[in-house]
Design a protein around this ligand. Structure first.
Ligand code: GLV
Ligand code: MN
Ligand code: MN
Length: 416
């Protein structure tokens, strides 16, 4: 076995250990949403690995795990290697943790070989990238990049717990959030390893790709307010059924995105019917809308069009519509300079250089507002993600490890 294969075996064993920690006590699913006891337990495990590797660690106010390997060079800038350790509900094992644990392996190797770097390395396990609990994403990386808006602290989860309360419950601190940012002048760059979560590499047979851009996204919360009533007595033409209105909108959204092109995708992934019962006409429905495109203008036009369609459905059905924009992130280009280095590392490792645009959101988005940022994608099984079927091949992880190591070495040489 090559050195990379041995290191990969340890990374994948750690993936299994982390995946065994879940909100679901039966262990049947992998679920570690931001701030939950399972999240904290998982982060403790990862912190132990960071420490054992020789990193100086700390937990910041929003619960990011941060490990530092300091450069001997006075006044050195900081290069951030990161991904996230929160998950969606009923997640796969690799979305997020693979990047953190590959990053840990890379840093550990640098420490073991006593390699002096001309920059500090900061390895970060972000506490919230998925945005599942508070419906707004990148909470962890927004703090590190100084983009966190304290207004978010008042957002409540499905149980009415505010973000501020969740931070306090997990032992974090809202008081330090501003100071937890890495000052813009100290950033040298940002690099994240992540599974592709799409089928391009699987189809092409290439283990690793570089990311040129990340799609913009808008998340909206819609509330349809109709009139609850008796399922047996209210005649069909007299109903104000909130769920029927929402259902019409869901199908209109799908039809719109199918017809649209420009890489536009639209998803209603979460639907809540308060007081639902089979014999009650739904009086209220609250649901999400997730809208993404690699291009800003089509994204803005789609947003306006769908909002108008929702208003028309509400008016025709005699229900009230609440439309709240929860998050808007512009499409983001990755850094051309870092991508040149990454392309060299991929080619030098013997692979075709595949360039991809990410439809998934990543912490590289907030990072790119303060520093040159890029990502490498690792092939995953059939491109399946946000699904327990998520899987990777050990040989692909080993190949990506070699590429990432070359990339860091090139970065070192470029700054020596
Ligand atoms: C995160 O996985 C996202 O793209 O929503
Ligand atoms: Mn992810
Ligand atoms: Mn994800």
């Amino acid at each position: 076995m090559s050195d990379y294969q041995v290191r990969t075996a340890r990374i994948l064993s750690r993936i299994e250990q982390l995946a065994a920690i879940s909100e679901d006590a039966t262990g049947a699913t992998v679920t570690r949403r931001f701030g939950t006891p399972a999240f904290v337990k998982g982060r403790d495990l990862v912190q132990g690995w960071f420490e054992a590797a020789g990193l100086t660690t700390r937990l910041d106010g929003i619960g990011n795990l941060r490990g530092r390997w300091a450069s001997p060079r006075p006044g050195a800038k900081t290069f951030v290697l990161a991904s996230h350790i929160d998950t969606v509900v009923n997640a796969g094992k690799y979305d997020g943790p693979l990047g953190v644990l590959m990053g840990l392996d890379l840093v550990e190797d640098i420490i073991n070989q006593h390699i002096d770097l001309p920059f500090n390395l900061e390895l970060i396990a972000f506490s919230d990238e998925e945005g599942v609990r508070f419906h707004t994403t990148y909470l962890g990386s927004k703090v590190v990049t100084g983009a966190f808006d304290p207004v978010l602290l008042q957002r409540a989860d499905a149980d009415g717990i505010t973000l501020a309360q969740a931070i306090a419950e997990m032992g974090g601190s809202t008081a330090t959030l501003a100071a937890d940012a890495l000052p813009a002048a100290e950033w040298l760059g940002y690099f994240e390893l992540h599974i592709e979560q799409g089928p391009v590499l699987w189809e092409s047979g290439v283990p690793v790709a570089l990311v040129t851009a990340i799609a913009g996204q808008q998340r909206v919360e819609l509330t349809w307010q109709g009139m609850a009533g008796h399922a047996g007595t209210v005649p069909m033409p007299m109903r104000q059924d909130a769920l029927a209105a929402a259902a019409e909108f869901v199908l209109a959204t799908e039809a719109f995105a199918l017809a649209h092109g420009h890489g536009l995708v639209a998803t209603v992934g979460q639907l809540h019917i308060p007081y639902a019962a089979s014999n009650v006409i739904p009086g209220q429905v609250v649901h999400s809308l997730d809208l993404r495109s690699p291009a800003a203008a089509p994204l803005a036009a789609a947003y306006a069009d769908l909002q108008a369609q929702a208003a028309a459905i509400a008016a025709r059905r005699g229900v009230a519509l609440g439309w709240q924009l929860v998050q808007a992130t512009a499409p983001t280009a990755c850094d051309a300079g870092l991508n040149d280095l990454l392309a060299q590392a991929i080619a030098a490792s013997g692979h075709d250089v595949v360039r991809l645009v990410s439809g998934a959101g990543h912490d590289a988005v907030p990072a790119s507002a303060v520093a040159p940022a890029t990502m490498a994608f690792i092939r995953c099984y059939k491109g399946i993600s946000h699904n327990p079927l998520e899987a990777v091949e050990a040989t692909d992880v080993a190949a990506a490890l070699e590429v990432a190591e070359r990339f860091l070495l090139e970065l070192k040489n470029a700054h020596n």
